[in-house]
Design a protein around this ligand. Structure first.
Ligand SMILES: CC(C)(COP(=O)(O)OP(=O)(O)OC[C@H]1O[C@@H](n2cnc3c(N)ncnc32)[C@H](O)[C@@H]1OP(=O)(O)O)[C@@H](O)C(=O)NCCC(=O)NCCS
Length: 177
């Protein structure tokens, strides 16, 4: 880029302002499935499950669009037996939008929603998933709280050569209400 040429940063800045983060509706279910399928690492669930999720768990989930394109999603829920704990089930960002803080933004956004105010955030991550590990470490650092790691589901329990799923438990978070 020639000195003084700001076109790349202007393009990126304008793209960022076009991002719309909101609760998903049923019509976003197929977009979520497409993002999950393209992610390269997520266990891809049925199209039906994403549509159903959008119907029943929209308040604790996020879809991101950039103009007409899907840029990312997060599915999560409050644990029924531990309502102070928000569990992030799946999070994915389209290749074209990675490394620009969008996953962090989705996480910050869903935790800050009215009525959410969790004390703990949980997610499971496979040991080789560096971007995901860094994402949750970054969230814990930004909130100035510890992150515990314990195996939740072993390789044996998951079967099929699936890597173990390590539970990250972040908190207690400070009350922002
Ligand atoms: C994991 C994922 C959602 C991260 O999305 P993203 O928008 O690129 O992440 P962000 O830009 O918000 O980055 C969050 C933090 O992780 C770090 N990070 C992100 N990708 C990274 C990578 N490839 N290598 C090292 N660090 C990385 C960032 O530097 C940032 O840390 P910082 O705040 O300390 O600077 C994305 O890589 C993805 O969709 N992966 C495939 C699906 C997946 O594995 N989901 C998680 C399953 S648990």
């Amino acid at each position: 880029m020639p000195p003084g040429d700001t076109s790349a940063s202007v393009t990126q800045a304008s793209r960022e302002t076009n991002l719309d983060l909101r609760p998903p509706s049923i019509s976003d279910g197929n977009g979520m499935w497409t993002l999950a399928s393209a992610s390269g690492t997520l266990d891809v669930n049925s199209r039906y499950s994403y549509l159903l999720w959008c119907r029943d768990f929209a308040d604790t989930s996020v879809i991101v669009t950039d103009g007409g394109d899907y840029a990312g999603f997060l599915t999560g829920y409050r644990r029924p037996d531990s309502p102070d704990t928000f569990f992030v089930w799946q999070i994915a960002v389209a290749d074209s939008h990675r490394r620009r803080g969008l996953a962090r933004r989705m996480l910050d956004h869903v935790v800050a929603r009215d009525g959410a105010n969790p004390r703990f955030v949980e997610a499971t991550v496979t040991p080789d998933n560096i971007p995901s590990t860094r994402l949750f470490e970054s969230f814990a650092d930004a909130n100035d709280c510890p992150m515990r790691r314990d195996e939740l589901f072993s390789e044996r329990a998951l079967g099929d050569g699936h890597e173990p799923e390590i539970l990250f438990r972040i908190g207690p978070l400070h009350d922002h209400t």
